[in-house]
Ligand binder design. Structure first.
Ligand code: GDP
Length: 425
């Protein structure tokens, strides 16, 4: 049995979804093990273009079982919407290709509201939350103040539990934030309109995965976000509220103790950062505007520009280490084809010294990037499918990244479509 993980090395949005969508041709099972609808994994294939929030990126492949593990923030309302949206676009989703762990905790009807209220209270000190309720959900999960999906099969138990939780949360909603209380009617509607529809998918995922392992099925763990957003190893407090690292995949999926043989770290050919927090390699001005424009680094929702910079070899090397990546998938290399020179952040300058090791988060605001330029290749490489057909300058850029992080770049993505890929070795 072989287990593989596909994980983000940077700040997220590296193109993990497109890599999972591509590589699921060689897997039987895809498991999301953390995070919630704050993911936005974009995949383009023969079925169309999809942005997957909670569903694993294997849903577009026939014959693949998609699993939502116990570590995810399961938002029933949004998941039902996502399933219905995909079905309307011709993707088949049924208990034959999707299952939800009975141990996944539910994002409750007040979590998104709590997120919004707190983010607006913080005003200019906000963390850049996506307001999908993720932080309130995970904190309540650890307070043991949510319910597990499997409890839906015990109606009397869950009603009692939700009553107690609602009364408790209303104290905070009304007392701390002066917001409206959540009514029993709203909770019952949520149970009926959303949770009921998910029941056919809920099952004992741990047993399923154990059997899959015994049957030598190939299992792929799909992460959300990137190493620098990990709750413990990222740029705390500008992180997400879950562990996005490979090490958490076995725990968050239902296969505690699984050994992961291959870890594909997805690295973007330049840097982008959605949200607040230190971003040492950040570029400003015309150079940033150009890169942002070329890479399409704007929010799909409201056109808000994302922060961009050159590839950050200090942060990338750290990301590779903490993710225990065994090989690299480098994405969006095509985007750099328009540049005369390619900027590379090779070191940080901290207190007058140049450093190559990623520092403790609190030191990051004092760091400055050391930028070197490499020659650009000045042509469109989006049709290249063979390493040897890449311009020498592009090969030199890839080799530089390999040398710096000490891992082989096994895949080079040169376009968003499934087959816009160069495979090596
Ligand atoms: P994820 O959250 O890590 O799956 O990444 P996102 O889907 O949020 O962001 C990646 C974006 O880059 C999406 O719009 C993809 O369609 C696009 N993309 C992925 N790989 C490539 C690539 O190699 N070239 C280009 N031009 N776009 C890419």
């Amino acid at each position: 049995m072989s287990c593989t993980a596909i994980v983000g090395i940077n700040w997220g949005d590296e193109g993990k979804g497109r890599m999972v969508d591509l590589l699921t041709e060689s897997f039987d099972v895809v498991v999301r093990f953390q995070g919630g609808t704050n993911a936005g994994h974009k995949v383009i294939n023969e079925n169309g273009t999809f942005t997957l929030h909670l569903l694993p990126s294997g849903v577009c492949r026939k014959g693949v079982m998609n699993v939502l593990g116990n570590g995810v923030a399961l938002d029933p309302e949004k998941l039902v919407e996502e399933i219905e949206d995909l079905k309307a676009k011709g993707i088949q989703i049924s208990p034959d290709n999707l299952m939800i762990s009975d141990r996944a905790s539910l994002l409750l009807p007040w979590h998104r509201k709590m997120d919004e209220l707190e983010e607006s209270r913080l005003d200019d000190k906000k963390f850049g939350s996506t307001k999908r309720g993720i932080a309130p959900f995970y904190s309540d999960k650890h307070l043991k103040k949510t319910v597990m999906a499997g409890e839906l099969f015990y109606p009397d138990v869950i009603k009692q539990r939700l009553k107690g939780l609602r009364e408790w949360k209303n104290l905070e909603l009304t007392g701390v934030y002066g917001a409206e209380a959540v009514t029993e009617k709203a909770v019952n509607a949520w149970l009926k309109d959303s949770c009921e529809k998910l029941k056919p998918y809920i099952r004992d995922v741990r047993s399923y995965l154990r059997e899959a392992q015994e049957d030598d099925k190939r299992i792929l763990f799909e992460a959300q976000l990137g190493a620098l957003r990990d709750l413990d190893y990222g740029t705390y407090p500008y992180t997400t509220s879950s562990n996005v690292l490979t090490a958490y995949a076995p725990l968050g999926s239902g296969l505690p103790g699984a050994q992961i043989d291959h870890v594909i770290g997805v690295v973007k050919a330049y840097s982008s950062c959605l949200g607040e927090g230190p971003f040492v390699c950040e570029m400003k001005g015309a150079e940033a505007d150009r890169l942002r424009e070329l890479g399409g680094e704007f929010s799909e929702k409201d056109g808000h520009p994302y922060r961009v910079g050159p590839i950050d070899l200090v942060a990338t090397k750290y990301g590779v280490q903490v993710q225990t990546a065994t090989e690299i998938a480098l994405t969006k290399l095509d985007i750099l084809g328009a540049l005369d020179q390619i900027p590379v952040c090779v070191r940080y300058r901290l207190n007058g010294q140049e450093i190559e090791e990623f520092p403790f988060p609190a030191a990051l605001p004092q760091c400055e990037p050391v930028i070197e330029y490499m020659p650009g290749w000045k042509c469109d490489i989006s049709d290249v499918r063979d390493w040897w057909d890449l311009p020498e300058e592009a090969k030199a850029y890839v080799n530089r990244i390999e040398r710096s992080v000490g891992r082989v770049v096994r895949w080079i993505s040169v376009g968003p479509e499934r087959h816009s890929i160069i495979r090596r070795g």
